[in-house]
Structure formats: C-alpha cells, structure tokens
Design a protein around this ligand. Structure first.
Ligand code: PRT
Ligand code: ZN
Length: 293
C-alpha cells in the first residue's frame, strides 16, 4: 500500500475493523478527543481534529502492517502480535480484550496435564505460540491449524485437545472441555513500528500518548468531595491515598471544611468506609474526563 503525500506528518493507526476490540478502541480514541466520521463503512478514516488516519483491518493483519511501517501504530491483542512474531515495540498495555491462551481437553478424558499431550493432536488458531510452548516443555504433539470454532474440534474428532483463547471459560464448558494449562496471558496493546519515523511523527506520538495516559489514569480514578469538621482533617488526610495533597476549603460554618481530592478506583470502597468512620459527610464522587499529572 502506498503512503499518502502527507505520510510524513500524519499518523496512521491500525485498528480492528469489526470484532471484540473495535468498540473499546473507538471509545478510547473518542475519549482522548479524536473526532472522525463513520468508521463502520470505510477502510480508512481521517480524523477531523488530530493529524491521524485510522486503517480498519482484520486484527490478524495489524502486527505485520505496523512492522512493515504501513501503519505507525496499532491496537491489537498481545496474542496476535506473539503469533505473527512481528518486530514491533509495545508502547502500552491496555486493560481491555483481556484473555488467556490455554490448552484444554475433554472433561474426565485421558489428558489431564501438559505432559499428557505427548503424541496427541491439538487444534488451534495459534500454532506458533503453541509449538513454542510444547517445544520448551519437550512435548511432541501434532498441531492442526483451524481458523475458527476450535472448541468443537474434539467433538468432531479432528483433534484430541485444543489450544484456544479463554475469557469467561463458558465456551469450553459448553463444549465439555476443561482448561488444563495457560500458555499465555493477553490483553490489548498499543504497538509502534520499529521503522524510523520523522520528527514530526514522533512528536505526534508523544502527544497521543500524553492524552492516552491521561485518559487511562482518569478512568482508574474518581474525584471525591466531602465535608468534615476541621479537627477531622489530619485523620482524613492520612486515610486518603491521594496523588497530591487534598484541597481543603473553608465553609460558612467555621468549624467545617470541604475536602476535595482524587482517589484510585481500586481503593474506592475501603477509603469510603474509613472516611465515613472518620466523620466525613456529604461525600460526592465524580468521574474524571482526563488528568495530566
Ligand atoms: O475478523 P477478525 O480477524 O478481525 O477478528 P477475530 O474473529 O480473529 O477476533 P475477535 O474479534 O474474536 O477477537 C479479537 C481479540 O479479542 C483476540 O485476538 C483477543 O486478543 C481478544 N479476546 C479477548 C478474545 C477473547 N477475549 C475471547 N474470548 N478473542 C476471542 N475469544 C473467543 C475464544 O476464541 C473462544 O471462542 O471467545 C471464546 C471463549 O470465550 P469465553 O468467554 O467463553 O471463555
Ligand atoms: Zn482475527
């Protein structure tokens, strides 16, 4: 594919056209302020307010497009990048599309652990990752590469076992299979080409990353406001796992103050309970759009 005339300055980002990662990736891009027209009907979409164009393709093609410099960045599962063996740099791990690649076999069957795969046939869409794992373990098994519906391979007697992506485990269960060994943990990643980029593009990537980090950080945080008596402030300050010192403001009632701060979402409930016990009242929690520290 030929790069356009403005390829020296415009960033080209590959995203999955239609699949599990599409909506979350689009939400993320919109969340960092990028505006673009209907991405569902087009292969290439130009962003209206940032020097970016999106290339919408199958996820399997993304690592190699980025490797070859056809795209500068890509959003794709670590599982796909590992399978293709593409030479790219991982810029960020993102907390969606989380899954694992696991070996699974029939419930109560003869295969119960990794060693039992010796001499067996394994159906998978990930032959390279699976082969590497088996080789490391010294297990000699035959691989059958299937591109979809891998779970039904044992029932069709195409294979004795499978190696496939699992998230809830419901698909394995529905097909009478049990997960025996996780061979890779995966999540969506932002990857960058290792081809040399112009200074202009590098600057754009830095700007893009500042926005992404601010968005990710904001998603993991909440703005919290509360009232408390002045005497409770030292205790409350100790409770708050704040990024910065909290803002303390006077209220009409001389003995009372308003306290504003930001807390990480994973500590949310524990902190709330402690704040209440320390005498905080009128606690209000707000989502944050973005934050630059
Ligand atoms: O058309 P295109 O090639 O772009 O898409 P695709 O069909 O190859 O991929 P898609 O959209 O299904 O998945 C895209 C990416 O989502 C994967 O490469 C993973 O990085 C990530 N992901 C996260 C998953 C899952 N979770 C997942 N559960 N991809 C697939 N699955 C499938 C799995 O293969 C199995 O069939 O879901 C089933 C198991 O799910 P549970 O919840 O029943 O365990
Ligand atoms: Zn795919």
């Amino acid at each position: 594919m030929e790069r356009s005339a403005d390829s020296e300055t415009s960033l080209r980002i590959a995203i999955q056209k239609s699949g599990r990662l599409t909506d979350k990736t689009i939400d993320l891009l919109k969340g960092i302020g990028l505006r673009f027209d209907d991405y569902k009907r087009n292969l290439m979409v130009k962003c209206r307010n940032f020097d970016v164009e999106l290339l919408l393709i199958r996820d399997d093609d993304i690592p190699e497009y980025v490797q070859d410099g056809i795209c500068d960045l890509g959003f794709v599962g670590a599982n796909v990048t590992a399978e293709t063996g593409a030479n790219v740099t991982v810029l960020r791990d993102l907390d969606y599309g989380v899954c694992r690649l696991s070996l699974a076999a029939r419930k109560n069957g003869t295969i119960q652990k990794a060693e039992d795969f010796e001499g067996k046939t394994i159906a998978t869409s990930y032959p390279n990752i699976t082969r590497n794992f088996l080789t490391k373990k010294g297990i000699d098994a035959k691989l059958v590469t299937i591109s979809g519906a891998v779970e039904i391979a044992p029932r069709l007697e195409v294979a004795d076992a499978i190696c496939d992506l699992v998230s809830t485990g419901n698909t394995l269960k529905a097909n009478g299979l049990v997960e025996l060994e996780t061979i890779m943990e995966s999540e969506t990643q932002l990857i960058q080409t290792n081809k040399k980029l112009s200074v202009g593009k590098q600057k754009l990537i830095e700007k893009f990353l500042v926005r992404m980090d601010g968005h990710q950080q904001a998603e993991r945080s909440r703005y919290i406001m509360m009232n408390a008596s002045k005497s409770a402030v030292p205790t409350i300050k100790d409770i708050i796992p704040s990024l910065k010192s909290p803002t303390v403001m006077p209220l009409a009632d001389d003995d009372m103050v308003a306290i504003h701060t930001v807390i990480p979402i994973d500590k949310f409930w524990v902190v709330m309970e402690k704040l209440k016990a320390a005498g905080a009242s009128g606690i209000v929690i707000l989502p944050i759009e973005s934050m630059i520290l």
